[in-house]
Design a protein around this ligand. Structure first.
Ligand SMILES: Cc1ncc(COP(=O)(O)O)c(C=O)c1O
Length: 419
């Protein structure tokens, strides 16, 4: 094979069609190469029994497999079979641990002595802190100052699990700046440190690595639906921020052409971008974004005409990100995944509806998928799988505050009782 042919082959492994790649400073290239080698050895070929240990720990520490539960009252309401993939029952309350535990374990196999991670809402930070405590590795989490102020319980949870939380004051003090700061730390500490990225974003090999750790969601769901319903579903519906829940749920179903894959984004309060003030009142990157480079990868982004990343918004902190994983962008571009969005009100109604009808309080992120189910169930076929990516206890304060301000048809009375 000529050098240019092998270069092209290598490039195609690093990309998903036009998306992906490694747009990083030179200083990070050795770390990405080392990670790529470790990914191939330990994850893809199970060297030293890495994947066996990962699965054992996800069972005993993480609580896998999670159930695929028939939602009886939703099934009746929508006159079809609705099944919930219960990632809210993973230890820590969200799918985030699937990836965090995989990467912290991988770091140990690579001989790294220190873990760093970014977090926005705090879900990935808490999952990483839990995994690092479980595997006895020192851990530092970068978190924007604004996010620290609005997610205090998660900051305490990280500290209780022994992690240091480093406040990031640059820019708007949210997820984008936290990722920048973590990449900066990594560039100077690559020899001793592994960066546990929190979604299917970033430079190659992160999008593949995170997808592979999360693909247990779809692998289990595919087997479970066959057992319970006797066939594959007509649709799989999952909420998308960076895209780890969606890619985790979809990956095993991608070759099944009869299964529609629906990624539900945060429509916020409007799908328009306010160019003048560099604001998007939504996080609907797949539905409305344009191509550009963020955090080391070519992907779809919420950006102004001159390429400035705009500030995104969602009532759910975990979907509030101006980028999205490159593989998901590619699957949307090729028509395999359908991007849709629902607004904040629909998500809040989805939150209340599942709580009220099924006795499950979903994360506000997951509530977007449930909001879409209400709006578009007629288009989803006879058997529908919806991932409940996390539980909503973390969101109670936000939900009470937002519900009081709105007239939501599914909400209970949230007025404070007289003392
Ligand atoms: C419960 C839950 N679901 C979904 C997401 C969105 O992230 P991703 O798109 O990577 O799954 C988050 C992010 O924090 C989350 O906490």
């Amino acid at each position: 094979m000529s050098t240019s042919e092998s270069d092209r082959e290598r490039d195609s492994e690093r990309n998903f069609g036009d998306y992906g790649g490694q747009y990083v400073p030179e200083a990070l290239m050795p770390a990405l190469q080392e990670l790529e080698d470790a990914y191939e050895r330990y994850v893809l070929t199970n060297e030293d029994g890495f994947m066996d240990e990962f699965r054992d720990r996800m069972r005993d520490f993480g609580g896998r497999p999670t159930p695929l539960q028939r939602a009886d009252r939703l099934s009746e309401r929508y006159d079809r079979e609705v099944y919930l993939k219960r990632e809210d029952l993973v230890h820590g309350g969200a799918h985030k641990l699937n990836n965090a535990l995989g990467q912290v374990l991988l770091a140990k196999y690579m001989g790294k002595e220190r873990i760093i991670a970014e977090t926005g809402a705090g879900q990935h930070g808490t999952a990483t802190a839990m995994a690092a405590a479980h595997l006895d590795v020192p851990c530092e989490i970068y978190m924007g100052r604004t996010d620290i102020n609005r997610q205090r319980p998660n900051v305490y949870r990280m500290r209780m699990n022994g992690a240091e939380v480093n406040p990031v004051t640059a820019g708007s003090g949210t997820l984008k700046e936290a990722i920048n700061e973590t990449l900066r730390d990594w560039a100077t500490t690559v020899e001793t440190t592994h960066y546990v990225i929190g979604s299917v974003v970033g430079p190659h090999p992160f999008p593949k690595l995170v997808r592979d750790f999360q693909s247990v969601i779809g692998r289990e769901a595919r087997e479970q639906i066959r057992e319970k319903a006797g066939r594959l579903p007509d649709s799989v519906v999952a909420c998308a921020g960076g895209g780890s829940n969606t890619m985790g749920a979809f990956h095993e179903f991608v070759p099944d052409e009869g299964v529609d894959l629906v990624a539900v984004e945060a429509g916020g309060s409007s799908l328009e971008i306010d160019e003048e003030n560099a604001l998007a009142p939504n996080s609907a990157t797949l539905s409305t974004g344009t191509d550009g480079v963020l955090h080391g990868a070519m992907t779809k982004l919420l950006q102004s005409g001159d390429g400035q990343i705009v500030e995104s918004h969602s009532v759910s902190a975990g979907l509030d990100y101006a980028g999205v994983g490159p593989e998901l962008a590619h699957l949307v571009e090729t028509g395999r995944v359908k991007p849709v969005s629902v607004d904040d009100d629909a998500a809040l109604n989805g939150f209340h509806r599942l709580s009220n009808l099924e006795g499950i309080i979903p994360a506000l992120e997951s509530s977007h998928a449930l909001g879409y189910l209400e709006e578009a169930h007629d288009e989803l076929g006879e058997i529908v799988v919806v991932t409940v990516s996390g539980r909503g206890d973390k969101d109670l304060e936000t939900v009470l505050e937002e519900t009081e301000k709105r007239d939501l048809e599914a909400a209970p009375n949230v007025e404070v009782f007289d003392s």
